[in-house]
Design a protein around this ligand. Structure first.
Ligand code: NAD
Length: 295
C-alpha cells in the first residue's frame, strides 16, 4: 500500500480520494475549506495542516484544483517539501503553459511529474471510471498507472509534459461544437414539425450520430437519460465548458492554429451564461439557441 497526498478535495477530488482510501492506501489530505477536511477525516484520511505537510512523506502526490494559477501556487509550496522521486500527478484541467511550468518545477527538484486531466465528471469520479489523459515521462506514467487505475477506467499516455492537457482541451472543444450542432439540429427539427423522437431515431443511426446526440441528447424524453431529463441540472456545468473553451482558445492563439468553430462556440457559451445559463448543464444551451434571434 502506498502513502498518497491528496490536495483539492472538491466535487471531483473527494470521490477520487475516497476510492484510493477504499483500495487501502494511506491518504494525507489537504484542502483550504475546513468542511472538506471534516469529510476527509470521516472517510478515514489523515488531515494535514498545509499542502507542504501533506506531501512530506508521500510516494504519490495528487492535486485536483480549480485552475492554473492555483496549481502553480500549490506547486510552489509542495515541490520543496516533497521527497525526491515522488510522483506528482496534477489531475486539474489547466492551461498547457501552466502545466509545462509545473513539470519544469517538479523535474528540477527530482520529482516525477505528470499532467493527468480527466474526463467522466463527478459520476465517473464516484464510480472510479474516469478517463485519464496523461502527459509526462514513461517512467512516471508506469509508476502512476496502478494508482490511476483505481480512480479510472482508461489511461492514455498522450506524450511529454503538457500533452494530457492538450488532449483534454482538443476533446472538449470538439464536444462543445458537436453539442451546439446537436442542439441546432433538434431546434430546427422542431420548427419543421418533426417530433424529437423521429429526429433522434434518424440522427442517432445516421451520419449525424455523435456522443452529444446518442449518449447525452439535449432534448428531454429521448435517448438515454441525460441532464435534459433533469431540467438541465449538471452533469457538466456550462461554466466548466466555458473554462475549457477559454483554455482551447488560449492554446489556439499561442500555437497559431485557426479554430473558428471553437472561437464561435466560446462566444455562444459566454452569451448563454450571461443570459440565464449559469448553474445549468452545458447541453442546456439548446434553450438559449431556441430563443436566439436569427440575425
Ligand atoms: P471544486 O471547486 O469542487 O474543487 C476544487 C477544490 O480545490 C475545492 O475543494 C477547493 O477548496 C480546493 N482548493 C482551492 N485552492 C486550494 C489550495 N490553494 N490548496 C488546497 N485546496 C484548494 O472543483 P472540481 O469540480 O472538483 O474540479 C476540479 C478540477 O477538475 C477543475 O480543474 C475542473 O475543471 C476539473 N474537472 C471537473 C469536472 C467536473 O465535472 N466537476 C470534470 C472534469 C474535470
Amino acid at each position: 500500500m502506498s502513502r498518497i497526498a491528496f490536495i483539492g478535495l472538491g466535487n471531483m477530488g473527494m470521490p477520487m480520494a475516497v476510492n484510493l482510501r477504499k483500495a487501502g492506501h494511506e491518504i494525507d489530505a489537504f484542502d483550504t475549506v475546513p468542511a472538506a477536511l471534516e469529510t476527509a477525516k470521516m472517510e478515514g484520511m489523515a488531515i494535514a495542516e498545509s499542502a507542504a505537510e501533506a506531501v512530506s512523506d508521500a510516494e504519490f502526490i495528487i492535486t485536483m484544483l480549480p485552475n492554473g494559477p492555483i496549481v502553480l501556487k500549490v506547486f510552489d509550496e509542495i515541490v520543496p517539501a516533497a521527497r525526491k522521486g515522488a510522483v506528482v500527478i496534477d489531475c486539474s484541467t489547466i492551461d498547457v503553459d501552466s502545466a509545462k511550468k509545473a513539470h519544469e518545477m517538479a523535474n528540477a527538484a527530482g520529482l516525477l511529474p505528470l499532467d493527468a486531466p480527466v474526463s467522466g465528471g463527478t459520476g465517473g469520479a464516484v464510480a472510479g471510471t474516469l478517463t485519464f489523459m496523461v502527459g509526462g515521462s514513461k517512467e512516471a506514467f508506469d509508476k502512476a498507472a496502478p494508482i490511476l487505475d483505481i480512480m479510472g477506467g482508461k489511461l492514455v499516455h498522450c506524450g511529454d509534459g503538457g500533452a494530457g492537457q492538450s488532449a483534454k482541451i482538443c476533446n472538449n472543444m470538439l464536444l462543445a461544437i458537436s453539442m451546439i450542432g446537436a442542439c441546432e439540429s433538434f431546434a430546427l427539427a422542431e420548427k419543421l414539425g418533426l417530433s424529437a423522437q423521429a429526429a433522434f431515431d434518424v440522427i442517432s443511426t445516421s451520419s449525424g450520430f455523435c456522443w452529444s446526440v446518442n449518449t447525452y441528447c439535449p432534448v428531454p424524453g429521448v435517448g438515454p437519460k441525460s441532464p435534459a431529463d433533469n431540467d438541465y441540472k449538471p452533469g457538466f456545468a456550462a461554466e466548466l465548458m466555458l473554462k475549457d473553451l477559454g483554455l482551447s482558445q488560449q492554446a489556439a492563439e499561442a500555437s497559431g492554429q485557426a479554430t473558428p468553430m471553437g472561437a464561435h462556440a466560446k462566444d455562444l457559451y459566454e452569451t448563454f451564461l450571461a443570459e440565464g445559463g449559469a448553474g445549468k448543464d452545458f447541453s442546456g444551451i439548446i434553450e438559449f439557441l431556441k430563443t436566439a434571434s436569427r440575425s
